[in-house]
Design a protein around this ligand. Structure first.
Ligand code: SAH
Ligand code: AVI
Length: 366
């Protein structure tokens, strides 16, 4: 990631004072490693090389979110077909006071994949007792924009952004240690994770947030195929641009030579896996160079760029139970149905028992 040499105003640190913080201080510890002279990001390069060399080509959806990708996601949210954002926002507005009633004084709100932090404002407005906010996001641009805006609009709030991959090991800023934590994971971003990734994230959130936490998660629900497919195939083509922006990012950051027009956007419903899949489909046989490697695409070959799993209330409860959480409350919107769940940690005793009986993902992975 580039150091843009400018600053962002955030309330930060132990004293909670508002200060101007150099952009590079809010960047990821992972990306703090030396940037190679030609601007290659080593992790991105390694994942592109592995993903494009595989028999079934695939890349992790977190790579969508450079500055342009984050803006395109916000544009998707405004399309008439993409119902999840407006549906979840309306539902959160309806239930915000119920959520707020369970949030203690001086609590810290910790958001996973915070993006523009727009839904956060609904919670903050209903729960002024929240004293600190930790947005976690891989998109440094989105994080800086959102943190700056929140600091201006909520001057009493301590904002301590963390530019990290939430699938990795997260450390919370010292300023929120000792506070009751409320986890917030809206947008159905949990649906973009594999089953294993989701269980691992929920396990690490269980440890990170503590025994007295609650965890508010938004998840999209299974519905008729036409509504689902239309949401990922908007008529204006914004989702197609979002999907293809991944190739533009590879060209820019990994010295690639993708011809973006030689790929088609494809979004399909996989009923067996209960997920929308996004792919980029090669329009012809072609050779592409990127990250100092060469990749062959056959005509019709797919690059799998995203899964967006859709849940039932049962499948969601089953998922979170594997990671030591139980559903305390749930709210479901009118059609098209979207759910917000409030989770509580399972009692430590039972959780420890389940870990011993069934499993592994919740054991500390370091
Ligand atoms: N929560 C917002 C944004 C959802 S878009 C909403 O509900 O509208 C998904 C967000 O998650 C993006 O901002 C993206 O940058 C972030 N994200 C995706 N994968 C991530 C990962 N592995 N680690 C951290 N952030 C991630
Ligand atoms: C962020 N995430 C939940 C979105 C989704 O619906 O899976 C990303 C997205 N992909 C295409 N459109 C929106």
């Amino acid at each position: 990631m580039k150091n843009l040499g400018s600053s962002v105003s955030i309330r930060n640190g132990v004293d909670g004072m508002s200060k101007s913080v150099p952009r590079e201080l809010v960047r990821s510890r992972q990306s703090d490693r030396a940037v190679e002279p030609i601007g290659l990001d080593a992790e991105f390069a390694a994942d592109v090389i592995a993903g494009l060399s595989a028999n079934e080509k695939a890349l992790a959806p977190k790579y969508f979110y450079d500055a342009a990708g984050s803006d395109l996601f916000e544009a998707i949210c405004l399309t008439p077909e993409y119902y999840p954002t407006r549906t979840e926002t309306a539902l959160l507005k309806q239930i915000a006071l119920e959520i707020a009633a369970d949030i203690p004084n001086r609590a810290a709100l910790v958001e996973f994949g915070s993006g523009a932090s727009a839904k956060t404002r609904v919670i903050l407005d209903a729960a002024p007792q929240i004293a600190a906010y930790v947005p976690i996001d891989v998109s440094q641009d989105a994080l800086e924009k959102a943190s700056g805006g929140l600091s201006l609009d909520y001057p009493q709030l301590l904002v301590a952004p963390v530019a990290e991959d939430f699938n990795g090991v997260i450390k919370l800023p010292a300023a929120v240690q000792g506070r009751v934590k409320v986890g917030f994971f809206p947008g159905s971003t949990i649906g973009n994770l594999t089953q294993d990734e989701a269980v691992r994230l929920l396990c690490s959130a269980r440890r990170l947030l503590g025994d007295d936490a609650q965890f508010i998660i938004g998840a999209d629900l299974v519905k008729d195929e036409a509504t689902l497919v239309a949401a990922y195939n908007d008529a204006q083509g914004v989702t197609a641009r979002f999907n293809k922006n991944l190739l533009i990012r590879i060209n820019r950051e990994l010295d690639g030579d993708f011809d973006v027009d030689a790929f088609d956007h494809l979004a399909i419903w996989n009923a067996e896996q209960s997920r929308i899949e996004m792919h980029l489909v090669s329009r012809r046989d072609q050779i592409v160079n990127a990250a100092k490697h060469t990749f062959a695409f056959r005509r019709g070959e797919r690059l799998h760029t995203e899964n967006s799993r859709k849940f039932t209330t049962d499948s969601f409860a089953h998922l979170v139970a594997q990671a030591g959480w139980s559903v305390n409350r749930q709210w479901i919107s009118a059609a098209p149905h979207f759910a917000v769940f409030s989770l509580r940690p399972e009692s430590s005793r039972r959780f420890r028992h389940e870990q011993q009986e069934n499993w592994k993902p919740c054991k500390p992975n370091r």
